[in-house]
Design a protein around this ligand. Sequence first.
Ligand SMILES: Cc1ncc(COP(=O)(O)O)c(C=O)c1O
Length: 436
Amino acid sequence: MSTQVDLKELAEGRKYLLSGSVGGELPLCLVSGKGSIVKDINGKEYIDCTSQAWSYNIGFSHPKVIEAAIEQIKNGLTHCRTSFETIPKLRLLKKLGEIAPGNLKKISFCLHGSVANEGALKLAMINKPDAFKFLAPYDNYSGRTLATIAASWPYRPISRNFAPFMQNFIRVPNAYCYRCPFGLKYPDCNLLCAEFIKTTLERGAESVAALIMEPLQASGGMIPPPQDYLKRVREICNEYGVLLIFDEVQTGFGRLGEMFASELYDTIPDILTFGKGIGGGFPLFGVMLRDDLKGYEPATHSFTFAHFPVAMATACATLDIIKEENLLENVRKMGKYITEKLLQMKEKYELIGDVRGPGLMIGIELVKNKETKEPACEEATQFIKEGVKRGVIFGQSKFRGVGNVVKIKPPFVITKEEADKVLEVFEEITDLLSPK
Ligand SMILES: Cc1ncc(COP(=O)(O)O)c(C=O)c1O
């Protein structure tokens, strides 16, 4: 590849990039991908445990996705105003309507997770017109538009002074059992974190439109809740007439081994946002709404490129692939395999404080000392760099402002051989960075 491109031209281009537009910490120029592997401009291959922001769930360059995209492009309709129907849109609506959890059968689309979440907030306000406040858990991540920054935990520097722009978000403690906000242990805690939501709502639920949350907190540190937590949250929202929004942008379409986290945790929200993996590598997000609730009024959530027909065609192909190739089974199988091996490593290494799943949503919390649980942040940053040297791209949870969680969230098609290589590299780096 490097023989076909003018590296000087690329270097010139790099000079013009606005700071902060990319992470910049990994100096890789990627040129191609296949399955779980990406290749850089020098021909070096990497197993991508980030699935490119957890989006290539079915793997890179799946022939059926490419075929679907090319067919739609050849039709000459890569873009279409939201006012019109297209064949991919109607096909996708049918497929999504059939698998949507519970009665979340009214669906809309957009191109970003942040915009999907803003849409969910609007729908909550449309359905509870006198309410203007929202609850959001600590360490929540909803996106980086102004409203979604406010819904996320406002850590600097990412949220800077933008967070107060929307002032109506009230924080509630999250179900972070490894570092319980109350210093308690599950199940003796009797889910005090959920009960705290009730305590908050007792003081003015009328003004609260909704609770917005990820069923499993991803960017905040890969924090799965205890099995019965979401059910209790659902009961509390019902009791106080507050809508429940699940952000399934990361968890939706199979990453936990079930199609939706709502199914895994047996809790159906009133509004669900989705995206990332559904597009098969093309941008597509959206909102699912309970079918007895009020939808948008005309033009209340409309965008120029919101109904991207190519992504809708690739999304149809993606849903077929997940089913035909039984990919959720591989998520469960490989997720269990990798997690069990990591748990064995945890016994051996001081650096590994906690290993969390389920499925291919794996987070490893690094600590300097297992007893004090002091976060090993520099080590986590170094971990990612050492991974790249060895041909594995690991993810790092930076959002919570701590950044000591290494993430393993590869495409669902990861093979046992690739998983073994990831584990071998993981152990080598853990050994290298462990306190001696
Ligand atoms: C759970 C969750 N919600 C929302 C978003 C925001 O999506 P986008 O970056 O497309 O705006 C993300 C992005 O990482 C996410 O992980």
